[in-house]
Design a protein around this ligand. Sequence first.
Ligand code: CO
Length: 178
Amino acid sequence: MSLLPLHLLGSPVLRQRSHEVGAVDDEIRRLLDDMYETMDAARGVGLAANQVGVTRRIAVVHADEDRFEMIDPVILENDGRASAEEGCLSIPDVYGDVSRPERIVLEATDRHGKRFRKEATGLKARAIQHEIDHLDGILFLDHLSLVKRQMLLARYRREHKDETGFIKEVQAESAGRE
Ligand code: CO
């Protein structure tokens, strides 16, 4: 397994719609292993494939003590509404309150090529929706008001003005997750 470099805000791949996977092969399973490892090292609750430069509909989630991959995910049902703070490994140190459906039913393919369904609420439901957004080229910033988004973006650009390029190496860490 290996850690994959993360694409940060500004990388065009974060704005692309990712392609369906269909059949799951060893190459996809290898990518999943690397994505889990990268998510853990970066201490995220989720990671989408385009965040590591691969425009396929694949994401991994580790939220509320549930750890799973979603390949070609779709949301079958959603209801309720909840607002909570979100962040994103591709937009370091930026957080904002996002309103989303509170409960969802997910359908996706697992690493063995089997379709499964999962009901989720709270943080897990939020993480699933955040990752599926990534697969459609959507970032959590897009859900904020224009004023709030521009404020956060201006601060982010100020804090990252000395960085060149949009790719960040993830360091292996033994510390606990956030
Ligand atoms: Co994200």
